[in-house]
Every structure is written in structure tokens, then in C-alpha cells.
Design a protein around this ligand. Structure first.
Ligand code: HEC
Ligand code: HEC
Ligand code: HEC
Length: 427
């Protein structure tokens, strides 16, 4: 009897406990699912932001093609790389990948099947991205509509198409590892460094590469871009694109609108601003600007970049001829004083890009014209017409020499041969 009573109460208690836990499960389950969903959509949204900062779409999309479906050709001195489809299509994209596979690609430069990836995919920089940020990018990419698109294979010259050479290359030049904050610096500086060195992959262009396409330093000291006839100036020298003597606000304006009183982002840099940097949050762009400004701390302010080997007589004669061409073809926009019109036509007087040691970008601007980046801050940019069909090489050389030496500018003269060499190439 007594056992029965105990048994009875035991059953009641058991039922009661089950009831409670069942109610608990029923009450919390949808909550958990909802919290999970909210977390997921926040990750997707943050992933979309990070994907812009990494400018993944820029390379993984052809002109007029489906976003992220790949197929874009990247010409280099090693051959042509064709970007893969990174939409979640199961057959032709990365639909079968999981977070770990994606991490392996971004962080280690290995495909899902273990194949070593070519550093034309800037995983040499993306390796600095944290696991959390990589997962957010992956969540965003997986949320995209799948696009079924098979892209052609790379067309890489012998011997660069050999996997064992790539393995050697990686041992020599690839340093795997997430960005490590410098505790002696502010959180904003570290955030800026993280973005510039990692997702922003500024080093992919602003660096000198060796014969094997590897960049030797992380100091962003500038160099000719591989496969593009453009020079990406040094971000650590005030004589080039360093911003040591710029106000933070001006750096922010350049990165987000593509144009300031003194400078304009042109060619490939205009593309970077249009596709990526203009979307930086105000916090992140301030962080990036603070980091960029600090890069010039060790700049010795070397002002010996100017070499003249002309007698002053012929020098003056050349500038006179160049000045005439300037009056006829350029002055209407850039002004007799070279000051341009703020926010519309860039100033050429005091413009670092114009007096840089390498005249390549200036020559290219004159030959091909161009448009500054279309951004929210500069929605309808004014363009510059190309002069390739209007001026002969000698005339381009004269007018470029002129703008490099008028209004207090001072830089080497340019020869017709250099103009000829600057023709061709992408962008
Ligand atoms: C400068 C151009 C460039 C940029 C920018 C770029 N990629 Fe790529 N990506 C490539 C190329 C080229 C390959 C092919 C490499 C290979 O096959 O060895 C590639 C390969 C990949 C792969 C491997 C696909 C596979 O099938 O193995 C993934 C994943 C990927 N990219 C994701 C991204 C993400 C995410 C971003 C932005 C954070 C990004 N890429 C930015 C050029 C680029
Ligand atoms: C695809 C190649 C490429 C990438 C990636 C790139 N740049 Fe540039 N950048 C250039 C070129 C080319 C120029 C020279 C043309 C010009 O002056 O705008 C340039 C110029 C600049 C200038 C000077 C602009 C001026 O006119 O004074 C700054 C500052 C700059 N880049 C910062 C960055 C930062 C920061 C990043 C990374 C977030 C970056 N760049 C990524 C190619 C690139
Ligand atoms: C119709 C107006 C117009 C005329 C004419 C014009 N430009 Fe420009 N120029 C611009 C605009 C707009 C830009 C910015 C476009 C860009 O950066 O791609 C620019 C950019 C430049 C740049 C690049 C500046 C930088 O910081 O990167 C140089 C150099 C230049 N022009 C020189 C000349 C010379 C030399 C001539 C005459 C042969 C000339 N321009 C004629 C409007 C003009």
C-alpha cells in the first residue's frame, strides 16, 4: 500500500516534470529558432558588408554578367586566370561547400578538394581575416541566388601551371595567419590595419612584385600593378600617395567619394572606390584613414626624386611648347592656374599624382581620359576626354612635361618614347 502511494506520487511527479519540460521545450523552441534566424540574418547582412570591403564581386563577375558567377579574365605575366563561380549553385558554384571548406579557401588558399589555389586570388591578404568574418562572408554568399555557369579553365603558361611550383611558391611567400592586433596601438588603428592588410587587400596592387609575382613587404611602398599598365603609388611616402600631411577628413573624403580638392582616384583606384571603399561605415573609414596616415611615420621625406638632364634653354623651350598645348586642350577644365574646379575637375597644381617619379598614370590619364568613381558623394562625375587620337606622342610628352613643371610643380620631363610604352594594357 505504502509502495503504491509512493508509486502514485512518483508517477504524478514524473508526469508533472515531463509536462514542465515539454511546456518548456514548446515555449523555447520557436524562440530559439527565431533567435537563430535573427542571428543568421545579422551575419548575412554583416557578411554582405564585408564582401563589399573585400570587393569579391569585382573579380568574380564579368562586365554585365551575373554577380559572383565568375568568368572574369585576369591577365598576368603568368597567363590568364579565369575567376570561378562562387554563387551557391551545387554543380558549378560553391553550393556544396560548408563553412570549413570556405575557411580553407580564404585562410589557407586551398580549394574544397585540397587543390592549391593561385595567389591571383588574394588569399595572401585574406588569410588575415578572422574566422568569424569569414563565416559571415560565407553566410552571405550562400544566401545569394544560385547561378548555373561553368567558366573556362585558366590559361597559364608553362611552368607556372605546375602544382609543385605553386607549392614551392607558397613555402617561400605565403604566410598564413589571422591579423594580430598591436597592443601598443588604439583599437581604431588596429581595425584600420586589419581592413587594409586583410579584406581591403590594398597590398595586392600597392606593392612591388618580384619575378614570381610575390610582394616582398607589407609596407605598401608602391609598384607597377601586375597585368595592368598602371602604377599604384606608395602609401607610405608623402611624395606619392602617403597621407601624412593630410587631415583625416580629407583622407575619408578621398576613400568614400573618390575626389578631393587635391586628388582624384583614377583608373583601377576609381574602380576600388566605386565598388568597395565608398561603402565603408563611418567608423571603419575613420579607422582606415588613421592607419593610412600612420604609414608615413617612417617616411624620410626624400625630395631627390627629380632628375633633370636638360639644359635650361631646351627645358624652357619644351615647357613653352607644352604650355601652348595645355592652353588649347586642357585649360578649359583644369584652369590657367592649374587649380581645376573643386569636386569637378581635379587640380593639377600641387597634385602628387602629377609630379610622382613615375609619369605612367599621368600619361595614361591624358591618353585614355577617364571618369572618377561614381559614388553617393559624387553621383555624376565629370569625365575627361581621351587624347590618344588627337595628340601625337611628342605632343602628349610636351603637355605632360608642362603640367609636371608649371605652377610650382617640379618633376622629370617625359619623352615621346615613354608615351608610346604607356599604351595598351587593361583599364
Ligand atoms: C583580384 C581578384 C580576386 C578577388 C578580389 C577575389 N577573388 Fe576569389 N578568386 C580569384 C581567382 C583568380 C580564383 C581562382 C584561383 C585558382 O583557381 O587557383 C579565385 C578563387 C576563389 C575561391 C575558390 C573557388 C574554388 O572553386 O576553389 C573562392 C571561395 C573565392 N575565390 C572567394 C572569394 C571571396 C570570398 C572574395 C572576397 C573576400 C574573393 N574571392 C575575392 C580572384 C579573386
Ligand atoms: C586594383 C589595384 C588597387 C587596389 C586593390 C588598391 N589600389 Fe589604391 N591605387 C591604385 C592605383 C593604380 C592608384 C593610382 C591612381 C590614382 O592616383 O588614383 C591608386 C591610388 C591610391 C591612392 C592615392 C590617390 C590619389 O590620387 O592621391 C590612395 C590613397 C590609395 N590608392 C589607397 C588605397 C587603399 C587604402 C587601398 C585598399 C583599401 C587601395 N588603394 C587598393 C590601385 C589600387
Ligand atoms: C572636359 C574637361 C577636361 C579636359 C579638356 C581635360 N581634362 Fe584632365 N581631367 C578631367 C577630369 C574630370 C579628370 C578626372 C578623371 C579621372 O581621374 O579619370 C581629369 C584628370 C586628369 C588627370 C589625372 C589627375 C589625377 O590626379 O589623377 C590629368 C593628369 C589630367 N586630367 C591632365 C589633363 C591634360 C594634360 C589635359 C589636356 C591635354 C586635360 N587633362 C584635359 C577633365 C578634363
Amino acid at each position: 500500500m505504502i509502495f503504491n502511494v509512493i508509486g502514485y506520487w512518483k508517477n504524478i511527479i514524473l508526469l508533472w516534470a515531463c509536462g514542465i519540460s515539454l511546456t518548456f521545450v514548446l515555449l523555447t523552441m520557436p524562440g530559439k529558432v527565431m533567435a537563430g534566424e535573427a542571428e543568421h540574418s545579422a551575419a548575412v547582412e554583416y557578411g554582405a558588408y564585408l564582401t563589399r570591403i573585400g570587393n569579391c564581386m569585382g573579380c568574380h563577375t564579368t562586365k554585365g554578367g551575373q554577380p559572383f558567377a565568375g568568368g572574369r579574365r585576369l591577365s598576368t605575366s603568368f597567363g590568364v586566370f579565369i575567376t570561378p563561380n562562387i554563387t551557391p549553385d551545387k554543380e558549378t558554384g560553391i553550393g556544396l561547400w560548408n563553412q570549413q571548406d570556405f575557411w580553407q579557401a580564404l585562410h589557407q588558399g586551398k580549394s574544397r578538394d585540397g587543390r592549391l589555389l593561385y595567389p591571383a586570388f588574394p588569399y595572401t591578404e585574406y588569410t588575415k581575416v578572422t574566422r568569424q568574418d569569414a563565416d559571415a562572408i560565407f553566410a552571405y554568399l550562400q544566401s545569394l541566388p544560385p547561378v548555373s555557369q561553368t567558366n573556362p579553365a585558366h590559361d597559364i603558361f608553362f611552368p607556372y601551371n605546375s602544382e609543385s611550383l605553386l607549392a614551392v611558391w607558397r613555402t617561400l611567400y605565403f604566410k598564413e595567419g589571422v591579423y594580430k592586433p598591436d597592443q601598443s596601438k588604439s583599437p581604431a588603428w588596429n581595425r584600420g590595419a586589419y581592413l587594409v592588410q586583410g579584406l581591403g587587400h590594398c597590398n595586392a596592387c600597392h606593392t612591388t612584385r618580384n619575378m614570381l609575382g610575390a610582394s616582398q613587404d607589407e609596407a605598401l611602398t608602391g609598384g607597377q600593378i601586375m597585368g595592368m599598365n598602371w602604377y599604384a603609388p606608395s602609401l607610405s611616402s608623402n611624395l606619392e600617395a602617403g597621407s601624412g600631411d593630410w587631415e583625416i577628413e580629407e583622407i575619408v573624403t578621398l576613400l568614400t567619394t573618390g575626389i578631393t580638392k587635391r586628388a582624384v582616384a583614377s583608373g583601377p583606384m576609381a574602380t576600388v572606390v566605386r565598388q568597395s571603399l565608398q561603402y565603408l561605415s563611418s567608423e571603419d573609414v575613420l579607422a582606415m584613414a588613421a592607419y593610412l596616415k600612420s604609414l608615413t611615420e617612417n617616411d624620410i621625406g626624400n625630395v631627390t626624386g627629380v632628375h633633370f638632364s636638360v639644359t635650361s634653354g631646351s627645358f624652357r623651350k619644351q615647357l613653352e611648347l607644352g604650355g601652348k598645348i595645355y592652353q588649347e586642350y586642357c585649360q578649359a577644365c583644369h584652369g590657367a592656374d592649374g587649380k581645376g574646379a573643386p569636386g569637378i575637375y581635379p587640380a593639377l597644381a600641387g597634385n602628387r599624382g602629377v609630379v610622382m617619379d613615375s609619369p605612367l598614370n599621368v600619361i595614361r590619364s591624358v591618353l585614355n581620359g577617364g571618369y572618377p568613381a561614381t559614388t553617393a558623394g559624387n553621383p555624376r562625375p565629370y569625365g575627361m576626354p581621351p587624347f590618344q587620337q588627337i595628340l601625337r606622342n611628342e605632343e602628349v610628352a610636351l603637355v605632360v612635361s608642362y603640367i609636371r613643371n608649371a605652377w610650382g610643380n617640379r618633376a622629370s620631363l617625359v619623352r615621346a618614347l615613354e608615351v608610346d610604352r604607356s599604351k595598351g594594357g587593361d583599364d
